[in-house]
Design a protein around this ligand. Structure first.
Ligand code: HEC
Ligand code: HEC
Length: 211
């Protein structure tokens, strides 16, 4: 065998390998996605619209925000709160986001992020104080609107969705940011650090008031 033939053969084998790897990487099939989504929905609610105040709705956020969040959980860089599966085979069993993210390949995490980005964010029906909400709107409009547009309802910011998210989950995030347990970009930290307790409470009511 000449060297050209040898190189030729190797190239064919490599090309096949690459095509196979590419196919494999993008391979989260519809059946795989349905299986993963059933796992997520068993805590996050049908189509990612949560019925539990400590569990966030994940539907309708941007795919970038969702897949970034999975990476953060995989690296255990934000708190992973234990929760119980509410439905399905694992009903009553506990898990947390660090474990959930660890179980997903990067390709599956991307695919499931895209899946939930395509679902509708359903705003939580929850009580709020109208006076606090009004004050919260003005704090939001002066400190937060730049990165959380349209009252914190736009997925295009790649910064989650604050409007209509469960207040209890949101309160936990404020605490995690304040005590440094959840990373945040420096420009947001500057804004968060200057909030008074009353500002924080007012913001929570403003986000909850959007129903
Ligand atoms: C056992 C229950 C449970 C399961 C299963 C679960 N989650 Fe979660 N998830 C939670 C809880 C509780 C939180 C909020 C507390 C925390 O950060 O740990 C959360 C938070 C999140 C967040 C952060 C939302 C935000 O606004 O920043 C994302 C994204 C997420 N989950 C996606 C998923 C995906 C995708 C799956 C399926 C692969 C999944 N979760 C499975 C309980 C669960
Ligand atoms: C410079 C841009 C910027 C500013 C200003 C900013 N944020 Fe953010 N915010 C972000 C980004 C980016 C994220 C997503 C971080 C991540 O991936 O964990 C985020 C995430 C959040 C989250 C978590 C959402 C979730 O689903 O868990 C909350 C809550 C939040 N911001 C509140 C605020 C509040 C309140 C203000 C104003 C006091 C504010 N932010 C100002 C950029 C900003």
């Amino acid at each position: 065998m000449t060297i050209t033939q040898l190189i030729g053969k190797t190239t064919v084998v490599l090309a096949c390998g690459a095509a196979f790897a590419m196919f494999g990487a993008s391979s989260a099939s519809a059946a795989d996605i349905a299986k993963i989504a059933a796992e997520c929905d068993s805590c996050h609610g049908k189509d990612g619209a949560s019925t539990e105040s400590s569990v966030p709705t994940i539907a309708g956020m941007s795919a970038t925000y969702l897949s970034d969040s999975m990476k953060i959980y995989k690296k255990k860089e934000r708190p992973c709160v234990e929760a119980k599966h509410l439905t399905g085979d694992k009903k009553g069993k506990k898990s947390d986001m660090c474990k959930e993210a660890a179980d997903l390949s990067d390709a599956d995490a991307k695919a499931i992020a895209k899946y939930y980005a395509g679902k509708k964010f359903v705003r939580a029906k929850q009580p709020f104080d109208a006076a606090k909400a009004k004050r919260g709107k003005s704090v939001h409009d002066s400190e937060c609107i730049k990165c959380h547009e349209k009252g914190g309802s736009s997925p295009d910011d790649d910064a989650g969705i604050l409007a209509g998210q469960w207040m209890s989950y949101m309160r936990d995030q404020f605490v995690a940011y304040r005590n440094g347990k959840r990373p945040q970009e420096e420009k947001m930290k500057v804004k968060m650090d200057k909030l008074s307790k009353d500002d924080e409470e007012a913001l929570l009511h403003f986000y909850a008031s959007q129903q």
